[in-house]
Design a protein around this ligand. Structure first.
Ligand code: BJW
Ligand code: ZN
Length: 242
C-alpha cells in the first residue's frame, strides 16, 4: 500500500520527530478545532482561548474548560497514539512534539513528549503561580480561586501568549536535527508550531503528512498519506515490521 522506497527509508532512519495536532485525537472522540467537525464552528476560539476574555469573563471561560476537562478525562488513546509508542521504542532518537493538551500521548505510554500548548489537567494561580491538578479543584461553574485569593487558570497556551521557551527550543532542535519529520492531524495554521515542518524540510528531512484533508503544508511535503492517523499509522508500522 505504501511506496517501498518510503518504507525502506523509514526502516533505516535513526532520528525521527513527529508533530501531532487535534486530528490525532479525533478518533478518540476529542473534537478538532477547525475543519468539518471543528469544535470552533460552535465557539469562536479567539473569544474564549485568550487572556483578555478570561480576565473579563473568568466564569464563562472556566465553564468551557471544565466541560472540556471532563470530556478529555473520559476518552482513551486510539491506535494512532499506540503506533507512536511503538515508533518511539523502535527509533534510537525519537521526539514527539504535540500541540494537543489532552494528555492522551502520555496515557498511551509515549515518553519523550514536548507539550507545546500545555496540558488541560494542570492549572495555576495567576497571582502566586501555585500549581493545581484538576483533582485539587472544585469543578463548578465558576473559576476557582487559590488560597491566596488569586484566580486559577488552566495551564494551556492561549492566542497571543508565548509558548514555554525551553520546550519550544527543544522542538526547534528536534526539527533541525531529524532525518524524518511527520506532521500528523494538524491544519498547520497556528504558529510557531506550524513552522516546525518547514524547518525540518529546510534541514533536508523527509517530510511526511498524515491527514484526511489537504492542508497549508500539503504542497511542500514529500509524502501526503491521506486518511485518518488511527488507520494509516498502524498500517505504516506494520509494513515496517515494527
Ligand atoms: C485528522 C483526523 C484524523 C481530522 N486523523 N487527521 C494575529 C493576532 C494575534 C496572534 C497572531 C496573529 N497572527 C498570527 C498570530 C500568532 C498565533 C497564530 O498562529 N494564529 C493563527 C490562528 C493565525 N499564535 C499564537 O498566538 C501563539 N503564540 C505566539 O505566537 O506568541 C508570540 C506572539 C504573540 C502575540 C502576537 C504574535 C505572536 C500561541 C498559539 C496557542 C494556540 N492555542 C490553541 C488553544 C489551546 C488551548 C485550548 O485548547 O483551549 O491550541 S489554539 C488551537 O489550535 C489549539 C491547537 O493546539 C492549535 C492547532 O490546531 P490543530 O491541532 O492544528 O487542530 P485543527 O483543528 O486546526 O486541525 C485538525 C486537523 O486534523 C485538520 O487538518 C483535519 O483535517 C485533521 N484531522 N480528523 C488525522 N482522524
Ligand atoms: Zn495563589
Amino acid at each position: 500500500m505504501f511506496d517501498s522506497g518510503l518504507i525502506a527509508y523509514l526502516k533505516k532512519a535513526l532520528k525521527v520527530a513527529v508533530l501531532t495536532g487535534a486530528g490525532v485525537s479525533a478518533e478518540s472522540g476529542v473534537p478538532t478545532f477547525r475543519g468539518k467537525e471543528g469544535l470552533w464552528k460552535k465557539f469562536k476560539p479567539e473569544e474564549l482561548a485568550n487572556f483578555d476574555s478570561f480576565m473579563k469573563n473568568p466564569d464563562i471561560v472556566w465553564e468551557w474548560y471544565a466541560f472540556r476537562k471532563k470530556m478529555m478525562s473520559e476518552v482513551h488513546p486510539n491506535p494512532g497514539h499506540h503506533s507512536l509508542v511503538k515508533m518511539e521504542e523502535y527509533y534510537p532518537d525519537f521526539t514527539l512534539i504535540t500541540q494537543n493538551i489532552d494528555n492522551l500521548h502520555r496515557i498511551a505510554g509515549s515518553k519523550n513528549i514536548l507539550e507545546l500548548h500545555g496540558n488541560i489537567r494542570r492549572n495555576y494561580c495567576l497571582d502566586c503561580g501555585r500549581q493545581y491538578d484538576d483533582e485539587q479543584l472544585q469543578m463548578g461553574k465558576t473559576a476557582p480561586r487559590c488560597e491566596c485569593g488569586g484566580l486559577i487558570r488552566p495551564d494551556v497556551v492561549w492566542f497571543g501568549e508565548m509558548l514555554p521557551q525551553d520546550i519550544l527550543n527543544a522542538a526547534f532542535r528536534a526539527a533541525e536535527e531529524c532525518e524524518v519529520f511527520f506532521s500528523l492531524g494538524t491544519s498547520a495554521l497556528v504558529s510557531p508550531a506550524s513552522m516546525l515542518p518547514m524547518i525540518a524540510k529546510t534541514a533536508n528531512a523527509l517530510l511526511i503528512e498524515i491527514n484526511p484533508e489537504e492542508t497549508e503544508l500539503t504542497k511542500a511535503v514529500d509524502h501526503h498519506l491521506q486518511g485518518p492517523s488511527g488507520e494509516i499509522l498502524p498500517q505504516l508500522i506494520q509494513e515496517m515490521g515494527i
